[in-house]
Design a protein around this ligand. Sequence first.
Ligand SMILES: NC(=O)C1=CN([C@@H]2O[C@H](COP(=O)(O)OP(=O)(O)OC[C@H]3O[C@@H](n4cnc5c(N)ncnc54)[C@H](O)[C@@H]3O)[C@@H](O)[C@H]2O)C=CC1
Ligand SMILES: C[N+](C)(C)CCCC(=O)O
Length: 505
Amino acid sequence: MAQSTLDSMPGASTGTVVVTEPLNFWGGKRVKPRQEKNAEPVFEPATGRVLCQMVPCGAEEVDEAIQSAYAAYQKWSKMAGMERARVMLEAARIIRERREKLAKLEVINNGKTITEALGNVDFSWKSIEYYAGLAGTLAGQHIQLPGGAFAYSRREPLGVCVGIGAWNFPILLATLKSAPALACGNAMVYKPSPMAPVTAVILAEIYKEAGVPDGLFCVVQGGAETGSLLCHHPKVAKVSFTGSVPTGKKVMEMSAKSVKQVTLELGGKSPLIIFKDCELENAVKGALMANFLTQGEVCCNGTRVFVQREIMPQFLEEVVKRTKAIPVGDPLLESTRMGALISKPQLEKVLGFVSQAKKEGARVLCGGDPFVPSDPKLKGGYFMSPCVLDNCRDDMTCVKEEIFGPVMSVLPFDTEEEVIKRANNTTFGLASGVFTRDISRAHRVAASMEAGTCFINNYNISPIELPFGGYKMSGFGRENGQVTIEYYSQLKTVVVEMGDVESLF
Ligand SMILES: NC(=O)C1=CN([C@@H]2O[C@H](COP(=O)(O)OP(=O)(O)OC[C@H]3O[C@@H](n4cnc5c(N)ncnc54)[C@H](O)[C@@H]3O)[C@@H](O)[C@H]2O)C=CC1
Ligand SMILES: C[N+](C)(C)CCCC(=O)O
């Protein structure tokens, strides 16, 4: 039972997998939905075929999951960090062992290429290893006070934390939220996106197999309604959310009612600035990495590509040549470099952005059309050709709004001062990038960016060791890196009197 979905994976190919096992997990096992009412079909993006049914959890089920997490938290939080680390390292080992199967299932549910999905699975076991490494280092301070009195601080967990994930990195987001949470001694109830529900429950099975107490990592399925039940539940101490700005605001509002801590990883419209003194080939490669991973459905993508006017012709020629050469198609083939978008509505939304851009005066240099691969089984898939837009202006819709698809907008600029101002002229602030061979300029620009990350001479390098998160409306709090320990724990100060109480009364 436990590994049935994965067991069917080795021979799996696009268009063959159907998932029928329950996708909820609490109390140490998969749990069948209480009623099939409101079931929603989940599609395989590469074929448009139904992969499984997602049945949203109601109030009673959410409560059951949270109670089960709370019971596990009571045990887990009393263990030493080193003991928790040992269990987590075992979970990381199991993920490594099932790397290929897990990645395949991720591809079938999300539509991204197998090459990227393998990288995402590697990111997952690395996050667990990284936070397992930190679990044994959690410590407080000892502070001496007058008269022999002293105090110490203890770093304690928060309790039951909720993770709400997006569909673009299903297994990676479930792991990068749960790994630091568990390392600090918390339990987590995780709600994946209703469009990508199948891999989080496998992570839950792996944690269980590694030896966490039953209930420590629970999965509840559902959309907005289930999400708000989680955000309102009185036993939840914290919500970590990845998704769009409008939903992030709602999560914050709901969490405010019972003063829950929140981490918000929201959208972006990040600038990538390419100066004329750059190494051009690297800048072109960087622009592709900034726009086309996971079909462009990445929050930190550098979708506003500012290019210094003198090198614009060469840049465009090279970027278009390479974009046209991207093999789009069956995401399970190793040679494919771009798979299918998550859903039909998402594909239509992205194509809509391209038509709007044309109306507003942008020029399509390549792509931007629906793409029908020659393989007949992919005819119903949500593919499009990657797109480069030229003649863009700062006031165009494609330059202002998050598109979340493979669409790069290219904008000319003349001076450093001008481009910094234009790059920062957005309500978002997730990431930014700069290509130049002038080291002073590189650091000057990095310091001026109103964004949580700045990449110098590369883009989208986000290993687990580095803090990741937004400025402005891209959110707050950080994920990844050592600092995330602070977002999943709280300090208790213990004050110790060694003499008599000096009372004023
Ligand atoms: N920054 C990012 O990484 C992401 C940005 N987006 C952007 O958002 C657009 C829409 O995508 P969606 O998946 O609909 O994003 P969304 O922000 O609505 O959903 C993200 C998660 O929040 C949950 N959710 C929705 N309403 C909720 C509520 N009221 N309370 C609690 N949880 C709730 C969803 O079920 C999902 O798990 C995309 O086209 C893209 O532009 C989407 C996903 C990730
Ligand atoms: C930083 N990265 C790419 C590993 C994950 C970002 C999460 C997101 O795009 O929603």
